[in-house]
Write a protein that binds this ligand. Structure first.
Ligand SMILES: O=C(O)CCC(=O)C(=O)O
Ligand SMILES: [Fe+2]
Length: 341
């Protein structure tokens, strides 16, 4: 995205007015708050996350973990085994899961949703390397990934300051009003699916995020991440999902993130936790669980096969990643066939 984009509309003035919050949410498809979350708690979370990331070898030795200075030679992303190896260690942090249940976040989600809220069991963090911009999260709607029901909202927050050049989130205001899931196509980047849009850059809203700043948006709101253009900084962020407890939730959102690529069970996640209150908290609720719809990801995969046949470098990279991850899967076999041809 080349400048000039617009600033996100700040809704702190309406924080205690649920009706006005919902009006703005339905108008623009998002709500943005400065310092909704306590920076001190987030700094503490950042320390914990980056300490684990440092042990995983992703930071330059001898630097302060809090600075998040990446060892570029370790670049990897979702879908790579090396990514999951370190990410799943971060995933075991109790503080990371607890952050999605902080009262300031839950209270806000209750106001926006207007009914008792379920934070999805599947919490998500992103740890994005610099100088790896072909893997930037593409333009998409979240529904293709988490499914369940449209009234599911994403809460995105950087764990640290996140100026534009570090690659925070940008949203296309009002785009949720299409009121349907748009066609998604193969892409690199988180989720691997993108929608084509001809919206000029000036239609997009983003900001120089400071720690504590929080962006909430609808499952149909079109959004993307900006590229991490820094020399050497990791971008660390949270994107958690919330919905009403009595709306349907897709089965896979009950499992740990990136569980399909490398098995990780909740028991392992919970092994070193100090308290029990958040362990399997959703099991006490009578959730309406619906099966996962693989049509979106299958479509992306068939497109990748077709593109790779035509010599598309991004598709070839994607197929090689699938093969490297596990050469025995059906997708890996199909990918090998195409690459060998
Ligand atoms: O942080 C990213 O790059 C992806 C975030 C995103 O698309 C989301 O939170 O839904
Ligand atoms: Fe998203």
């Amino acid at each position: 995205m080349s400048a000039p984009f617009k600033e996100l509309r700040v809704s702190n003035d309406a924080m205690n007015d649920p009706e006005e919050l919902r009006r703005r949410f339905w108008d623009e498809g998002y709500l943005f708050f400065k310092k909704l979350q306590d920076p001190n708690k987030l700094w503490d979370l950042r320390r914990q996350m980056l300490t684990v990331i440092a042990s995983g070898g992703w930071l330059v030795a001898g630097t302060d973990a809090m600075d998040g200075i990446a060892d570029i030679s370790r670049q990897c992303t979702e879908g790579d085994i090396e990514y999951t190896d370190v990410y799943h260690e971060v995933y075991k942090l109790e503080a990371f899961h607890r952050s999605a249940h902080w009262p300031e976040v839950m209270d806000m989600m209750e106001k926006v949703i207007g009914r008792p809220v379920l934070p999805h069991p599947q919490k998500i963090a992103r740890i994005w390397f610099p100088k790896y911009t072909e893997h930037t999260t593409p333009v998409h709607q979240d529904f293709v990934h988490f499914q369940g029901n449209f009234e599911t909202y994403t809460c995105w927050a950087p764990v640290g300051d996140c100026p534009i050049e570090l690659g925070g989130l940008a949203v296309l205001p009002g785009s949720h009003k299409v009121n349907r899931v748009l066609d998604h196509h193969f892409s690199l980047g988180a989720g691997g699916l993108c929608v084509d849009t001809d919206a000029p850059d000036s239609f997009w809203h983003t900001t120089n995020y400071e720690i504590g700043d929080t962006l909430i948006f609808h499952s149909l709101t079109i959004h993307q991440a900006l590229p991490n253009l820094t020399e050497d900084r990791l971008r660390v962020s949270l994107d958690n999902r919330y919905q009403a407890q009595d709306d349907p939730i897709a089965e896979h959102m009950l499992a740990p993130h990136l569980n399909r690529f490398s098995e990780l069970r909740w028991e392992e996640v919970y092994r070193d936790w100090a308290s029990d209150d958040l362990k399997y908290y959703w099991k006490a609720l009578n959730l309406h669980v619906v099966p996962r719809d693989f049509s979106y990801s299958n479509q992306g995969f068939s497109e990748a096969l077709a593109l790779a046949k035509g010599g598309d470098g991004r598709a070839i990279l994607h197929l090689n990643r699938i093969i490297k991850r596990d050469p025995t899967t059906e997708q890996a076999k199909a990918a090998m066939e195409v690459l060998q041809a």
